[in-house]
Write a protein that binds this ligand. Structure first.
Ligand SMILES: *Cc1c(COP(=O)(O)O)cnc(C)c1O
Length: 231
């Protein structure tokens, strides 16, 4: 089995090739390492290979690893991204311990995150999660409702509105994957002229990141292809 460092290296190569194929500049796509179910050792190994952005889905699981890593590697430069469904009673932990949240789909949650963000920390980076697969998925709001939520989030003082995120239903045809991503990429482009920091399109996972890059992804969220299959 390949090591995490080897996986990171081949992932970077394939991302570079995908950027080249579609005429995008080198390093226009970053990797968010999705470390749900991975222990602190796996995260540390990825960190040693240069990975700095990590994504977690479950608050309780994440908090333990965040403090463990902070003890092991002071000034690690790690940024933690919250990418799972958000319950209102977890917003304080998220506001206090993460740099990014990708899964905001309701104003009430955004308001709580802004109110609970500690004053000594920089604004919390936020992406609005859109549902691209209709009834197949319960997470995210309909594409047509995203602009209004973005408008409201852009006025919250402790949040920094960065872009859009989606998790489409799995599908193994690349052309179909691209068709599903396309309207989101289009909306991201339109809204980037309305909001000053709107520079992020968080799409692409292990099975569809090449399609996502072809459609303009700036941040691919990779678990399996980096850490191996989750048990
Ligand atoms: C688990 C997860 C990923 C990573 O999925 P892989 O297929 O393992 O790369 C990405 N984004 C979200 C929101 C996830 O929950």
């Amino acid at each position: 089995m390949a090591s995490i460092a080897e996986n990171i290296s081949s992932l970077r190569t394939r991302i570079r090739q995908a950027e080249l194929r579609c005429g995008r500049s080198p390093h226009s796509v970053s990797v968010l390492a999705v470390s749900k179910t991975q222990d602190a050792d796996g995260i540390q190994e990825a960190w040693a290979a240069g990975q700095r952005e990590f994504g977690e889905n479950y608050v309780q699981e994440a908090l333990g690893k965040i403090s463990e890593l902070a003890q092991r590697i002071p000034d690690s430069g790690i940024h933690w991204h919250f990418i799972g469904p958000i319950q209102s009673n977890k917003t304080r932990d998220i506001a206090e311990h993460f740099s990014w949240v990708h899964s905001v789909e309701r104003l009430k949650i955004a308001q709580r995150l802004s109110a609970q963000r500690p004053a000594e920390l920089p604004p919390l980076n936020v992406c609005v999660q859109v549902n691209l697969s209709g009834e197949d998925s319960k997470s995210g709001l309909p594409l047509a409702e995203a602009p209004a939520l973005c408008e409201q989030i852009s006025r919250l003082p402790a949040l920094r509105l960065r872009g859009l995120m989606a998790i489409p239903a799995p599908c193994d045809d690349m052309e179909q994957q691209r068709r599903v991503f396309r309207p989101l990429a289009q909306l991201q482009k339109e809204m980037s002229s309305r909001f000053p920091d709107f520079d992020t399109l968080s799409i692409g996972m292990s099975a569809d990141y090449e399609a996502a890059i072809a459609e303009g992804s700036t941040l691919v969220r990779i678990g399996t292809a980096l850490f191996g299959a989750r048990t």
